[in-house]
Structure formats: C-alpha cells, structure tokens
Design a protein around this ligand. Structure first.
Ligand code: ADP
Ligand code: MG
Length: 423
C-alpha cells in the first residue's frame, strides 16, 4: 500500500464545501443523559477542522456512532437474539435506541471547543442535511447525523456515497479509527470526489507507515496481549520487517507450551501451538532475533489480589497461571530495546489492569521512554496501558485507531487510505 497520500495542505480548500469524515464515536454515559464521558476524539479532530475553516472552506462533518440498527425488523431480531422478550419490543423503544446514538451531544461539545456555532442536521442525506449543506457558507460547520442511521453506510452503498458526495466539492478523511472499513462515508464517497487526508490520518501514515516501509534500524517489535490467534497477521507481517521480535503477554504461554513447557492454567490456545513453533522456525531461518520470556509472574487465580510468585518459563505448577513477565525477562526485554532505532509495540506484557501484574508492561514502557528510538504504540489496550501508566507523552506516536492500527501493522490495505489521492 502507498502511504504517501495527499493532505489538506496539498489541495486548495478555499470556497469549497468539504465533506469531512471524523471519528466522533465517543463513549457516552450509560444513563441516556447524552453526557460524553471522554471527548478525546473530538479534541483530536480540531486541528483539521480549524485548518479547513481558517482556509475558507465550509465544513460538512460526519461520523458514525455506535451500532444503531437502521431497520426496526432487524432491531427486533437482534434484541430477540440477545434474549429480550419480543412482546416488549416496540417501535418507540427502537426509536429511543436510535436517539441515544444521535450526534447531537457531539455537535454541542464541538461548538464549545471551537467557540462557534455548529449547525446540526436532522439526517445524513435527507432533506434537512441537503438544505443545510446547500446554505452553508465558508467558515461555517455543519454536522450530519450518525452515518449508520443510513442502511447503506456499512454496505458501502454507492447511492448513499453519491448522495453524500453530492453535497460537497471535496472529501477529507480524518477518521483513522474507521479506515479499515470500506463503508460509504469512509471509502465509497471517494469514488465521486477528490479525496485527501486530514492531519490525524497523515500522522498515522507518517509514523506507522514510515516504520513499516522504511524504519530506522534496528527495528524491534514487541508483541503481547491476550491471544496468538488475534495477532497472527501482525506476527507474520512484522517477521518480514523486524530485526528483533519480543513476545510477551498471554500469547507467550502458547509459545511456551508448544516448546514442551508447563503452563498450568495460563491462557493457552492449543490450536495455535504448531503455528507458534513455525514462527520460531521462520524467525531463525530469516535471522530475526525472537525473544520469549525466561520467567513469569504467576497467580493462584485471575484476580487483582491473587497470591503471586515468580517461576521459570515453562515451569508453571498446576492451579497457577502466568499473568505477567518476570523480572529476568524484564531485564532481557529492556536491554533489547535500548539500542533500537524504531520500536513498534502492540499488546501489553501482562494483565496491566491489575496493578500487581502491571510491572512488566510498565518496565517496558519506561524502557521505551528512555530510548532514542522512534516509539510507536498500536492497539486499543496497549494505548490504554501506556496512558494509564503515565508514559503517553514520552512516546513518539500512539495510534488512535485500535482495529485500524492492528490491520495497518498486519500490512493489510486500508480501504479508507487506499481511496485517497496519491502524492
Ligand atoms: P491490543 O488491544 O493493544 O491489541 P490485546 O487486545 O491483544 O491488545 O490484549 C490486551 C489484553 O491482554 C489486556 O486486557 C491484558 O489484560 C491481556 N493480557 C495480557 N497478558 C495476559 C496474560 N498473561 N493472561 C491473560 N490476559 C493477558
Ligand atoms: Mg484489545
């Protein structure tokens, strides 16, 4: 995939109506009060929005929010599958479920942050949206309703993409968290409009794309998290690129078991043992250094206050489970990143959500904060771990897209990036 894409700076936006795809899929309070519990994604979109407005564009912003069910019948079916009594499923309740996923609270928060009015459309491509888009003046911003209120959005329906495109002269994508999806508003619209990236996507392409395509070496990949099966693509792709691969987290026990180790009650994916052996062999054949834990912190149950002890890797007694890498492993891994040129990290080293088992993840974060290397963090939980442990501002780049950054690291083509104009 070509990561060198045109940005808003490479195109004249003055006097243009710009359809701007944002990621405003923010967490909302569970009590239907419309309170946004974390506005990070709205704040992150501000630089591109401000750039467009200041340079004379009229901005038609759009985003999805949650997973609304745009048809009543489908909604009833889904709710019934979840065990709800069909007799209680009324049209009014369905309407309420949609209203809870309205972008109105986002418009209000965006207006506060921009210190200017944000015009809210009642629909996505309906009469209201079209009239408001047609009347929009340079320097003004309109927010369309939740794109997933339209059935065609997730199906990448060309008619919907066309209708959205018809309101604008230019498409700017800044929703990195959604670029791995080929939806009408993330990719389809680019069939009908010139398409460029905003600053958020540009940054992701520069850092992750740069690290994959042309890394400063040595490139060290740190891979952890819960499961081997969810990281096969990442391991595969990074084996082709990295000089050193470090394995930690829950997936390490599948590697250990495959080598004949005893893993007790640790997370184990027996079906993936052969695969993990293949990866070890492949690394050896390619001359990639692959490091596995030499010791592990084990617990007598999966709990924050579980009894714990340190044992050698592969010597976990029955009834115990590995929840973190051990102190010798920490030393080994911190040493391995010391002289790195680039470090890509995906997946925590242990169950960092429990303070007692966060030491391995924290030590690695600290080691990264001290290197001269370009440090790139991908994956939702990894980003959360680095934030929670207080190392966020010490990293070169923390990806904002969970699923999107994983697919990026897997080397997959991202439809929402591929559709943008090449530089
Ligand atoms: P990311 O979202 O960054 O891609 P993953 O979703 O793969 O990361 O993994 C994150 C999860 O892995 C965390 O919730 C963490 O608690 C869990 N995890 C890490 N080590 C272990 C372990 N030894 N046993 C069980 N779960 C683990
Ligand atoms: Mg995750």
């Amino acid at each position: 995939m070509n990561y060198n894409k045109k940005t808003v700076r490479d195109i004249d936006v003055a006097g243009k109506k710009v359809l701007l795809r944002c990621d405003f899929n923010v967490p909302m309070a569970k009590d239907s009060s419309g309170v946004i519990t974390d506005d990070k994604r709205i704040v992150a979109a501000l630089p591109t929005i401000r750039y467009l407005l200041e340079n004379g564009a009229a901005v038609i912003a759009c985003s999805h929010m949650g997973k609304p069910q745009p048809s009543f019948d489908k909604w009833v079916q889904k709710q019934t599958e979840k065990g709800k009594d069909p007799a209680t499923l009324t049209e009014a309740k369905w309407q309420k479920s949609l209203a809870e996923l309205s972008l109105k609270p986002v418009a209000a928060r965006l207006a506060e942050l921009l210190e200017m009015p944000v015009i809210m459309a009642a629909d996505v491509v309906g009469e209201d949206a079209r009239a408001k888009a047609a009347a929009l003046q340079p320097g003004q911003i309109l927010l369309l309703e939740n794109t997933r209120f339209e059935k065609g959005e997730t199906k990448n329906d060309p008619a919907l993409a066309r209708a959205m495109a018809d309101m604008a002269d230019l498409y700017v994508s800044d929703a990195f968290g959604a670029v791995h999806r080929a939806h009408a508003s993330t990719a389809g619209v680019a069939d009908y409009l010139p398409a460029v990236s905003g600053f958020l996507i540009q940054k992701e392409l520069d850092f992750i794309g740069g690290a994959l395509a042309n890394p400063k070496r040595p490139l060290v990949a740190i891979l952890g998290g819960s499961k081997v099966s969810s990281k096969i693509g990442v391991i595969n792709n990074l084996l082709e690129i990295a000089d050193t691969i470090i394995i930690g987290g829950g997936m390490a026990y599948t590697f250990s078991a495959a080598q004949g180790g005893k893993v007790g009650d640790s997370l184990l994916e027996a079906d993936w043992m052969d695969y993990s052996n293949e990866m070890v062999a492949k690394a050896a054949a390619k001359g990639v250094k692959l490091l596995l834990p030499v010791d592990t912190v084990i617990a007598d149950r999966f709990a924050p206050d579980a009894a714990q002890q340190v044992v050698k890797a592969g010597e976990i007694p029955d009834g115990w489970q590995g929840l973190d890498i051990g102190p010798e492993t920490v030393k080994l891994y911190c040493d391995a990143v010391k002289d790195a040129g680039t470090v890509i990290w995906n997946g925590p080293m242990g169950v960092f959500e429990f303070a007692a088992f966060a030491k391995g993840t924290e030590a690695v974060a600290e080691a990264l904060s001290k290197t001269e290397a370009t440090t790139i963090i991908g994956g939702g939980d990894s980003a959360a771990a680095v934030q929670q442990l207080g190392y966020a501002d010490k990293m070169t780049h923390i990806s904002t897209g969970g699923g999107a950054s994983l697919e990026f690291m897997e080397g997959k083509e991202l439809p929402g990036v591929a559709c943008l104009l090449d530089k």
